[in-house]
Ligand binder design. Sequence first.
Ligand code: ADP
Length: 602
Amino acid sequence: MKREKQKPAPQKKRKETREAISWFEESRKQQKKILKRSTSTPKKRGYVTTNYALAKGKKGKYITPEEYKNQQKVLKALEKTSQYLAVETNITVILEKIAKTVTTALGAKQLTVWDFTPDKKGAFIIAAYGMQKQYIEHSRKDPLPIGGAWLGRAMATGQAWATSDIWKDPVLPKSWLRAVKKQNYHGLLCIPLMRKNEIIGGMCLYHKDPHEFQFFEINIMTIVANQAATAIENARIFGDLQTERTKTISIIYSLNDGLIMYDPEGRILFFNPRAQELLLVGLKDVIGKKIDEVSAKGSIYLENLQRVSRLVQKDYAVKEYATEGPQKLILEVTQIPVRDRKNKKIGTMHILHDITREKEVEQLQASFVTIASHQLRTPLSGIKWSLDSFLKGELGPLNQNQKGLLAKIFDTNEHLIDLVNDLLDVSRIEEGRFGYTFILSDITKTVDKIVQNLEINAKSRNINLTFEKPSGPLPKVSVDTSKLELSIQNVIDNGVKYTDTGGFVKIKLRTEKKSLLLIVEDNGIGIPKKDQGFIFHKFFRAENAIRYQTEGSGLGLFIARSIVEKHNGLIHFESEEAKGSAFIIQLPLDPEKMPKGKIEGL
Ligand code: ADP
């Protein structure tokens, strides 16, 4: 250990030299530590081929201040290479810049960066400095086998492999010598590119002359290899993200719905082509801008956009908007919150769905139904009164046969009148013309009246129709009696209609804290599970109901629900096929204080 006593530098008092000495001492200490940790015997100097375990240090020689200066130059280069990672985004540019800087700093001739072939059996060059194009292309056409040559060994073992002179190296297959001589290099160092213990590529440094690689150079190359590996990994992650982003964007771009995304401050982040088409607003007019701060400058299109943006304020709420201007559209606007992985809200989205055609068709249907029903109502009423006169014998005595037949015609006519009335009610509901007049009433009386009306029918079918009245008087509720009657009648009527002879329909009225509950329970045919989601839809009838009772419009429950909801109430049911059903109508005692969405006491 003679060299330890040697004075490290000439006696210049310059700051740089002082720093050099302290660094020199420090580096000696470090290297001693590494040597202590090293388990294997260091190779003798003057080697031809050697491999290095990366993590364990192998013996290197101590450096002189002169060498230190060189190393400073190399470290500077290293600092530069790390900057490329931060500044550049193109992976080839990063690797090529790293290659050039490191090659120059280490006084080498060429540098190559290698990647695995997809089958992991070979390697090819992905970036290089100073290397002939043919060699690079050749590596792509005919990849170097993993395990063979210096690079192949580095990529197979995860260790650095070097030769001080490839021309003299006995490891080099004889057949390669010509090609290597053509390349015109002697010293070669190959380092694996590692990411979290995984070999993801390799890197080779070529020296024009025979060159014995120093521990420092190998360390530097290892650091550079780590940087390159980071760059490649980042590029891969970035590439994957790009692919995902492209996928998402193409989905959004090809959506048939308009999509506007806002950041938490209300700036428009995204405005897909369909939104541009629906609102006739160009991307550049709105992107990155707060829509409220955009001056509409008398543009009806920008005004449409501003109104759409302000229209829906609650998440998941849906509203309709009719555009103004030459393009008349009806848009259904839905607001959806945008959340990140941690469920933090990072923006809001408006989905614009063009419902113009549906609305037109609906309008057409409604007008058709109204006109047709009005045209039918008068003649049907005429027929009813004429039949009534016949049946009462006002037009002369009838025999039993004639009476029976006319009674049947009367019933059929009644069904038709009911149907026309239902159709008219539905079109009034849909057009918002189903006017309501609310007054405080006692529901018990209304239910009583309905039950009495239905009793004859129930008796004729031997169905036990009962009304369990509340013991005391019920609080009065604010209702439109005639409308509510229609609603309750539909529900009780269904109970009777869909229950077998000998069955029962039980009606109960009771008060809860904030509401009145009317419960209609039967032991009839029930509603199959698969149909339960649809029974409030217009014209829907379950298959078992159609089989059991051919007559029916599928409008009763639609009307019933619409009326109950206008009273701020709820209609709910529970049912099992072949066992029976229970329908519950909840009416609020005070419509202002009624919590929405849940039946009380259930
Ligand atoms: P309609 O009775 O004219 O078919 P509604 O709108 O009143 O039309 O009812 C819709 C459907 O709901 C019925 O066709 C039937 O399938 C089902 N339904 C309603 N009430 C009952 C009930 N009490 N028992 C069994 N099914 C019922």
